[in-house]
Design a protein around this ligand. Structure first.
Ligand code: MN
Length: 383
């Protein structure tokens, strides 16, 4: 009975929202992190664990996604408050080297704006306190309690420096700063109470639970499943109830058996495509396995696999085409064989997304060879 009463209260509370607004809200809930935001997550996660071999790739992705030099620089500066000067500085040094490399290749990156001068915006304890209150939506307690009472100087440093000096620099939004912070904390591990505080801030800033789930999927691909799972437990807790556990899992696995992973590289695909690499070749097993989801209208470029590929379609309805043949439908339950060396593409249909497990075979014969994109004209040729 109680559940029923809550149900009707829920219906009532939402019945005053216009259908347009409801549709917009539903869409916002499902909207993922954009490419720039995903890059901030990747950079912060890798810098936090000191993965210096992968960080340059993430920095490169960030520039390719359109982040300005000053924005990426600011992410690395911001991070020092959480990961320490040594890792922040090492990240900055790698970024400088990468920029030189890109310049030598003739890539012209955008510098971006500088922070507004402090003189227009005195950054002191009161300002830092106000910033923190804006982030949390809660008034700061007086008299101080907990660590702030035990070690008042660190409360001063936090307000005067972190929330005033650093957060006061308007190169990144609060949302971007929180994405960087959560990614660093989740990847460092062992600081779950602080990660929880920042997830609450994120929700207050309007970052959806779906985006937080997606952030944790990216953490899983960058710094490991144990880190992501610890973050998921924190997210489940702050979401409030045991029932939420299921909700969050459902969000992560929205349509798929496996986590959606990260967005696929734009140069090889059209539209939004998610890839979660489940297995890489090694230990005498020459196959790779990835879970791939194409959103409606999305598709791969033309390509071929020197050792062949098998697609196990796990959901939705999509297209598969080999060079010189017509497009054929692939849907849940289908097994598609892409024979070695045959040029082909696969993707979603215009009206439905599709998910498949892609097994690339005989990887010793060479990597996937990527070719030109599938034009709209080719894609629309299905009858
Ligand atoms: Mn293929």
């Amino acid at each position: 009975m109680k559940a029923l009463a809550i149900y009707f209260a829920f219906i009532l509370a939402f019945s005053f929202v216009s259908p347009e607004l409801q549709a917009q809200q539903a869409m916002n809930k499902k909207q993922g992190l954009d490419m720039k935001e995903q890059s901030i997550v990747g950079i912060s996660a890798l810098a936090a664990v000191g993965d210096w071999s992968e960080l340059p790739n993430a920095l490169n992705d960030g520039l390719d996604a359109g982040l300005a030099i000053n924005q990426i620089k600011e992410v690395l500066v911001h991070l020092y408050a959480y990961i320490g000067f040594p890792r922040s500085l090492q990240g900055i040094n790698l970024f400088m080297a990468l920029l030189e490399e890109r310049k030598a290749k003739g890539i012209r990156d955008i510098l971006g704006k500088e922070a507004t001068a402090e003189i227009n915006n005195p950054r002191n304890y009161a300002y830092g306190k106000k910033v923190l209150e804006t982030l949390t939506g809660q008034p700061e307690k007086e008299p101080k309690t907990g660590y702030a009472a035990f070690a008042p100087v660190i409360d001063t440093f936090l307000k005067e420096h972190l929330f005033a000096d650093i957060f006061g620099r308007d190169i990144l939004t609060y949302t971007e700063r929180e994405l960087a912070t959560m990614s660093a904390l989740a990847s460092m591990g062992g600081v779950e109470p602080m990660l929880g505080s920042h997830m609450k801030i994120a929700l207050h800033l309007g970052i959806s639970e779906f985006k937080l789930s997606q952030l944790l999927s990216l953490i899983e691909s960058k710094t490991g499943k144990d880190k992501a799972d610890a973050g998921r437990r924190v997210l489940n807790q702050i979401s409030g109830s045991a029932a939420t556990h299921k909700t969050v899992d459902t969000l992560i696995n929205r349509k798929d058996l496996f986590a959606i992973g990260a967005k696929a590289p734009v140069q090889n695909f059209t539209g939004t495509v998610w890839v979660n690499m489940l297995m890489q070749p090694g230990n005498g097993m020459n196959i790779s396995i990835g879970s791939v989801r194409f959103e409606p209208g999305a598709r791969s470029n033309w390509h071929q696999h020197p050792g062949g590929q098998v697609l196990l379609v796990t959901g939705g309805k999509g297209y598969y085409q080999e060079s010189g043949k017509s497009i054929r439908i692939m849907q849940k339950g289908d097994v598609v064989q892409c024979l070695p060396g045959i040029e082909h593409w696969h993707g979603a249909s215009p009206e439905s997304g599709v998910s498949h497990i892609a097994i690339v075979l005989n990887s010793e014969k060479g990597n996937t060879i990527w070719l030109r994109n599938v034009t709209d004209e080719e894609y629309k040729r299905y009858k």
